[in-house]
Ligand binder design. Structure first.
Ligand SMILES: Cc1cc2nc3c(=O)[nH]c(=O)nc-3n(C[C@H](O)[C@H](O)[C@H](O)COP(=O)(O)OP(=O)(O)OC[C@H]3O[C@@H](n4cnc5c(N)ncnc54)[C@H](O)[C@@H]3O)c2cc1C
Length: 393
């Protein structure tokens, strides 16, 4: 087994598997190392599904990245001849001046994203599953949906291998070094060398790069799957199924006693039920000491939303799972060559701080990271995600 590579990628999760695939496709000799199996549910990518939406109000450049990501997800499906990305439409609900609805409208207008605005009555006619306050409206976008997270990672890893990448699961990286001539990566098994290193360690990034000096807050998040009630006749269950029900998000607002967003997915074959979760940084944790069991209070993060706003879905709990957010200080991703801010690591690129909304970008991040490692630049608009924004903090 060779120990010299062009690029070593630490962490073969959502981002790492994507960049391994992009590099291998370009004929680059790449080694990907993960401390757990590939894929695994220990980091940020477990729990069956991840939402994809286009009308991103968080920054205009995210929309440009997502338009490319959408193409790449479709290409990945074609390459793999496997269903990985369900385009279901996306329904976002709240007051018209809420960040979610108002922001989505603005992003859609600026970027020409196909959508419709639904009045309260139209919303009730079309999506009667939701029981909403009178002043709530809907924004529906057509090209939203969800990705099957673990199959996506498995597929990216498989295609990377088919293109010549060496991917090692269950091989934790203990330390790495970079100097003017090369990078060296030591695992429990051996030491490898390469010209370039890409750090995609997710929740463990601060442990891999203590000198980064940027506060990444890892939080323990939960997701739940419930069984809707079937009291509305024999066809009532189909109202929640893939094909009938979109991905959705709702901003209830502080005045109703809620922070952040609640969001959910249609019922899908092979998944334990109707999925719902709360998008808001929860309890701070050490990724090596997370309590992955169900804790008192976990179910409360979404139960009252079901009871009050989706009452027909307020059925028995079928499953819960924990997962980790890695929150950057401003909730924007961190994607850059470290040399842009510190000359001691000339050969190192970093991708972290995906802050609970990164999965949908993994396909395009693979392309951007491959560009940054090989060409030290990319045409994709990732400059706003650079390290220099933290300089002086
Ligand atoms: C509950 C929840 C819901 C979410 N919902 C959405 C959503 O709907 N839409 C969306 O777009 N995003 C969503 N996200 C965010 C998204 O899932 C993450 O942004 C994305 O998974 C981050 O990918 P990653 O590659 O950085 O991390 P991961 O996929 O966790 O990969 C990191 C990898 O690094 C490995 N690693 C770490 N340290 C080492 C080491 N020392 N040696 C070797 N390997 C190492 C780990 O084992 C892991 O496999 C959600 C996240 C959570 C937790």
């Amino acid at each position: 087994m060779p120990q010299q590579f062009d690029v070593i990628v630490i962490g073969v999760g959502a981002m790492g598997s994507s960049v391994c695939y992009h590099l291998a496709q370009r004929g680059v000799r790449v080694l990907g190392l993960d401390r757990f199996e590939i894929p695994n549910e220990m980091g940020s990518s477990g729990g069956y599904s991840r939402m994809f939406r286009l009308a991103y109000y968080e920054h205009g450049n995210y929309v440009i990245l997502l338009q490319r990501a959408f193409e790449l997800w479709q290409q990945l499906e074609l390459m793999a001849d496997q269903k990985l990305f369900h385009v279901t439409g996306g329904l976002y609900m709240g007051r018209s001046d809420s960040e979610l609805v108002g922001g989505s409208c603005q992003a859609a207008a600026e970027h020409g994203i196909e959508h419709v605005i639904l009045s309260h009555n139209q919303l009730a006619d079309r999506f009667g599953q939701f029981h909403l306050p009178d002043d709530f409206v809907g924004f529906y976008e057509h090209k939203a949906g969800f990705l099957l997270s673990q199959p996506v990672i498995a597929t990216q890893a498989e295609l990377a291998r088919c293109n010549g990448a060496a991917l090692h699961g269950c091989e934790p990286v203990i330390e790495w070094q970079s100097d003017r001539d090369r990078v060296s990566v030591r695992t429990e098994q051996r030491t490898y060398h390469a010209d370039e290193l890409i750090l995609c360690g997710g929740a463990w990034t601060s442990k891999l790069l203590a000198s980064l000096n940027i506060q990444l807050r890892v939080t323990r998040q939960v997701m739940g799957w419930v069984e809707p009630s079937s009291t509305h006749g024999p066809f009532s269950m189909s109202r929640w199924q893939l094909g009938q029900f979109p991905v959705w998000a709702i901003e209830l607002g502080i005045e109703a006693g809620y922070s952040g967003l609640h969001y959910g997915f249609p019922m899908t074959a092979g998944h334990p039920g109707l999925k719902i979760a709360h998008h808001f940084p929860a309890q701070l944790v050490d990724p090596d000491q997370v309590d992955r069991q169900l804790l008192p209070g976990d179910e409360r993060t979404f139960r009252s939303v079901l009871r009050d706003y989706l009452p027909d879905a307020d059925g028995p709990l079928r499953a819960m799972s924990t997962c980790l957010y890695t929150n950057s200080p401003d909730s924007h991703f961190i994607v850059d060559r470290i040399a842009n801010v510190a000359h001691d690591h000339d050969r190192v690129t970093i991708a972290c701080g995906f802050s609970g909304h990164g999965f949908k970008f993994a396909s395009v991040m693979g392309q951007a990271l491959a560009d940054l490692a090989m060409n030290h630049r990319t045409d994709l608009p990732v400059g706003f995600l650079g390290l220099s924004r933290f300089k002086g903090n």
